[in-house]
Write a protein that binds this ligand. Structure first.
Ligand code: ATR
Length: 285
């Protein structure tokens, strides 16, 4: 690392826990690549200290912050402005300096969109299938609806959680774009060219043999599958996509791009595809 001087800028990650985050690797390597004198570190912050931490960070001149679990919703109360996409999703993971305070963005979702673009996967006019109904699933359902998917099916074990996403997104877009299905109801999807995004925690290390739906018939309905899990690098969901002859991607690029989008917002720079690839190689090492 370069020598830290009086002029070195600071940014970082607020969450709890934060110590094992891969974000310092992403951002400090981006600064090295771009030759920008900025350091990224982590800040473990308790629930009751979030507001004072954010205001204190602003007062200290911190250039930007990422926010992770469990503060992505709570932090919204401490901001002076929120990007419309993040506001509609109801979660913020990136703070950018604005007049009198920080403005919030959701680069988790911008990161997924960039991963999809990178892989040549389009949401527009596609039937999208979202597996799961947690925070990530809700945000990604919103993304699919806002990027003009043909239809979005939310498939989940608990129908009440899936129905809450459906009601919120359909009300926002004043449409019936989202439909809910139980885990054994996927046969009701007529399209055989669907983009499926796996948003449950099923299959996460160490339970690497688990998968939310194991029937081959389900995977035949897809054109491609994206698992937001990246540990393991190749999940059982991805293997089942491949077995059915479909392309499959994991969540590591989504993680890379949420960082890249945040870095671009903080430094007003553009990170090229080849620079992204260099960071990606380091993340995989
Ligand atoms: P997030 O981190 O995105 O907020 P979460 O709130 O932890 O995620 O949600 C995890 C998702 O994985 C949920 O959709 C959950 O299903 P339920 O809503 O029915 O709880 C799903 N999930 C977790 N373990 C599961 C299992 N063993 N079988 C089926 N679904 C499971």
């Amino acid at each position: 690392m370069k020598e830290i001087k009086g002029t070195t800028k600071l940014c970082g990650l607020v969450g709890n826990p934060v110590e094992h985050s891969i974000s310092p690797l992403i951002h400090n390597n981006l600064s090295k690549l771009k030759d920008i004198d900025m350091v990224y570190t982590t800040f473990r912050v308790e629930d009751e200290d979030v507001d004072s931490a954010i205001k204190g960070a602003y007062a200290l001149g911190i250039v930007g912050l990422n926010v992770t679990v469990p503060h992505k919703q709570r932090v919204m109360e401490s901001l002076v402005a929120i990007d419309p996409l993040a506001k509609a999703i109801g979660a913020v993971n990136t703070l950018v300096r604005d007049e009198k305070g920080f403005k919030g963005y959701n680069t988790d979702i911008l990161g997924l969109e960039r991963e999809l673009m990178d892989e040549g996967l389009s949401i527009k006019n596609k039937t999208c299938i979202i597996l799961g109904a947690g925070g990530a699933a809700g945000a990604i359902t919103f993304l699919c609806a806002s990027r003009e998917a043909k239809k979005v099916f939310v498939i989940n074990r608990s129908l009440d959680k899936a129905n809450s996403i459906k009601e919120a997104v359909n009300a926002h877009f004043n449409s019936d774009i989202v439909e809910v299905l139980g885990l054994d109801e996927y046969e009701r999807i007529e399209d055989n060219d669907c983009l499926c995004i796996q948003c449950t925690s099923v299959g996460l290390y160490p339970n690497v043999e688990d998968v939310i739906i194991s029937d081959d018939a389900f995977y035949k309905k897809l054109s491609a599958g994206v698992d937001i899990i990246y540990n393991p690098y190749r999940t059982r969901f991805m293997k089942l996509c491949n077995k059915a002859g479909k392309k499959a991607y994991n969540g590591l690029k989504m993680l890379l791009y949420q960082g890249v989008c945040a870095y671009e917002l903080w430094t007003d720079t553009k990170i090229s595809a080849s620079e992204c690839q260099k960071i990606y190689t380091k993340m995989r090492a």
